[in-house]
Design a protein around this ligand. Structure first.
Ligand code: SF4
Length: 248
């Protein structure tokens, strides 16, 4: 970090540096995560988690480095009760010290989703109000955020990079090249508690009205927004420099 940057309290890594960082950390998502969580050169860092089916691995790796990393969890008001319990239990099991439950703004909900039915006719608008806006507000104070997305999860994520540059922040996807087998092996090796709905046929878990069971051979995210031309919620479009695919 340069003296001038220190004086301005700025992180030296900017969104435009994503390509340089990808070259520097190619194939080393573990090292990238360790560095962003411990090196002040990356500025203020938060981890974003849905406490879904595959969330435990990233949280476990991060907790092994820094238990006080801020973890942002968007509680939309429509999550399964099993997810809420899992978020509490897994946070305690991992010893995470700073899990922040984010909620939609009450006034916005009253104006835009007064009957709690927006998911049924405008899921993009519902996700905007219940997920994107609360997270966007919370991320305003951070220079970099860490996501648990993996490139094997669906077609939209196939080209996922380790670092992504956004308008205001850098984003790190340290598990982007993990296969489902590697995730499974990691969970077994570390005895990670599974989300209770996985055994019930939900390999990807979001809000209850928009998540259904997945049949053998289907894409793991096929149960999300089934019947709609929508596979992502928009959270990963937050501040995106390229206006890229909305994802969560
Ligand atoms: S996943 Fe469904 S219920 Fe949840 S915010 Fe999006 S549209 Fe609304």
């Amino acid at each position: 970090m340069s003296t001038a940057q220190l004086a301005r309290n700025e992180a030296p890594w900017r969104p435009a540096d994503a390509a340089d960082l990808n070259a520097r950390y190619e194939g080393r998502g573990d090292l990238a995560l360790a560095d962003v969580l411990t090196d002040p050169a990356f500025g203020e860092v938060a981890l974003v988690s849905s406490f879904g089916a595959d969330s435990a691995a990233l949280l476990h790796v991060a907790a092994g480095i820094r238990k006080d990393v801020p973890v942002l969890f968007v509680e939309t008001g429509w999550l399964f009760p099993e997810t809420l319990r899992y978020a509490e239990d897994l946070s305690a099991w991992l010893g995470l010290k700073d899990v922040r439950w984010l909620r939609p703004d009450r006034g916005v909900l009253e104006a835009k989703d007064p009957k709690r039915l927006r998911w049924s006719y405008d899921p993009d608008g519902c996700c905007e109000v219940r997920k994107v806006e609360p997270l966007d507000r919370a991320l305003a104070g951070f220079d970099l955020w860490v996501s648990g997305r993996k490139s094997h999860q669906n077609r939209e994520r196939a080209q996922l990079q380790l670092f992504e540059g956004q308008e205001r922040q850098l984003k790190l996807n340290p598990l982007h090249d993990w296969s489902s087998a590697r995730l499974r092996d990691y969970a077994v090796a570390h005895k990670l508690p599974p989300h209770p709905l996985v055994a019930d046929g939900y390999p990807s878990i979001g809000c209850s009205p928009c998540t259904s069971r997945v049949q053998p051979g289907e894409d793991p995210r096929a149960g999300r927004w089934r019947g709609w031309d929508k596979s992502e919620c928009g959270i990963h479009k937050v501040g995106s420099a390229d206006g890229g695919e909305p994802v969560f």
